[in-house]
Ligand binder design. Structure first.
Ligand code: CUA
Length: 314
């Protein structure tokens, strides 16, 4: 839960019950008048005249109600739109098809947002490709990620626990897989987590010293959402049909090479590296409909991913 939720829940409940009361009142009155004034034998209908006071009453009263309802919704909206003084800024990037979070230290975490309870936050949201929408239902919070501009949302998580990020704007094949998790940690645990920032070790395995580049690459592959386009483990299939991204299993030094739109190439380390950093430099034949987003990675992360892709054999 976050401070954004109560005003929205309150506005929602107020509008809901307001509507219920008026729905019942209007229908009861309608049924009553239908019964009272239905056609009766021997009674002649008379035309009704103009009644100015009644006309004014039922024009002005609902107008006042509408302003009131607007106010109830708008105050909550404004609260979300203004950041508290000294709020921690987090960059949120949407791309086909994952979410990436960047902390003030410069650390990037794909698909996982870690927050401290009771700390004010300001999310600076953008998109690398198409329109996405950053949506955390538990916080009653949603903001579009628009290519070419920043959008903002401010909030303070008020209860420790887990929440979920969804994409709430249809953005292509794997829109439904564009998920991330939110961890709201108590102060102590957050402090512990914070120590991992700025000098992020290779995360896989325990102890980290035993982590090979291949294992770390596998973890990065997962965390950056690569399976949403290349299939789990890079098999090039999702649910039995061709995935939006080409198959990676058996790609490295594939006998006969890999057919690109521009001709045959040998898929060596440099090709894999280029495909991660400048994905659209070369396009595999038959995969021209979806453009892979650009991933900004540190040198050692690229090395790990290359090692992982190399390890994907039949
Ligand atoms: Cu991103 Cu739907």
């Amino acid at each position: 839960m976050a401070d954004t939720a109560p005003p929205i829940d309150k506005a929602y409940e107020f509008i809901f019950w307001f509507s219920v009361v008026f729905f019942v009142a209007v229908n009861v009155a309608m049924i009553y008048f239908v019964m009272k004034y239905k056609r009766k034998k021997g009674v002649k209908p008379e035309p009704t005249g103009h009644f100015m006071k009644l006309e004014l009453f039922w024009t002005i009263t609902p107008t006042i109600f509408i302003f009131f309802l607007f106010h109830a919704g708008f105050t909550g909206y404004i609260r979300n739109a203004t950041a508290a003084e000294g709020a921690t800024e987090i960059r949120v990037r949407g791309k086909k098809w994952n979410w990436e979070f960047e902390y003030p230290t410069g650390d990037r975490a794909p698909s996982e947002l870690t927050l401290e309870v009771n700390r004010p936050y300001k999310m600076i949201i953008s998109s690398d490709d198409v329109l996405h929408s950053f949506y955390i239902p538990e916080f009653r919070m949603k903001r579009d990620a628009v290519p070419g501009q920043y959008s903002f949302i401010a909030f303070t998580p008020t209860v420790a626990g887990d929440a979920h990020v969804f994409c709430a704007e249809y953005c292509g094949n794997s829109h439904s897989g564009m998920l991330a998790s939110v961890k709201v940690l108590p102060r102590e645990q957050y402090k512990e987590w914070q120590k991992t920032l700025g000098k992020k070790p290779k995360q896989c395995g325990t102890p980290p010293a035993e982590c090979t580049n291949e294992l770390w690459g596998a973890e990065l592959f997962q965390k950056n959402g690569c399976p949403t386009c290349h299939g789990a483990g890079g098999v090039g299939e999702i649910g039995g049909s061709k995935s939006p991204g080409p198959r990676l299993v058996g790609l490295f030094m594939k006998p006969g090479g890999e057919m690109m739109t521009t001709g045959m190439i040998t898929p060596d380390e440099n090709y894999i590296r280029e495909s991660i950093l400048r994905p659209n430099a070369k396009t595999v034949n038959g995969y021209t409909t979806v453009q892979m987003p650009t991933f900004v990675m540190k040198e050692d992360q690229v090395d790990a991913l290359v090692a992982y892709v190399k390890s994907l054999k039949h």
